[in-house]
Design a binder for this molecule. Structure first.
Ligand SMILES: [Zn+2]
Length: 130
């Protein structure tokens, strides 16, 4: 058990982070789905130069990549909020040890303790970047 964890504090933190993520997704989604050009943007709806087209495309790719990242993050946040309810928040999913508070401050939705995350990183898996 991780008795030192202040559940309320982290729940608040996670909820705020969740709102931010949803906000970001809402901003990015219309750009990716359907109309790539947002109102008020300076880019012309029909780029005439190859460079412009490439630019719009790379922007769209970046946006959809960001959405994917944000969606993962949202899932992790939801999972963390569930753990708060179940009182298992702050416990590493791999080794069952408590995750250090500093780590939770930086990544409140962290699933693993630092050493387990490092181990996973070595095999090509990494915790969400900050
Ligand atoms: Zn661990």
């Amino acid at each position: 058990m991780n008795k030192k964890i202040d559940y309320e504090y982290f729940e608040e933190k996670l909820r705020k982070e969740r709102e931010e993520v949803i906000k970001e997704i809402k901003i990015l989604e219309p750009k990716v789905e359907g109309n790539p050009i947002e109102e008020g943007e300076e880019t012309t709806p029909f780029p005439t130069h190859i460079a412009d087209i490439a630019d719009v495309e790379s922007r769209l790719n970046r946006d959809s990549y960001l959405i994917t990242q944000l969606t993962w993050k949202l899932k992790d946040i939801d999972a963390a909020l569930r753990k708060i309810v179940e009182k298992t928040y702050g416990i590493c999913e791999d080794c069952d040890n408590g995750i250090r508070r500093e780590r939770l401050e930086a990544i409140p939705y962290a699933k693993y303790c630092k050493s387990c995350a490092d181990k996973r990183e070595k095999v090509g898996w990494r915790e969400e970047e900050l």
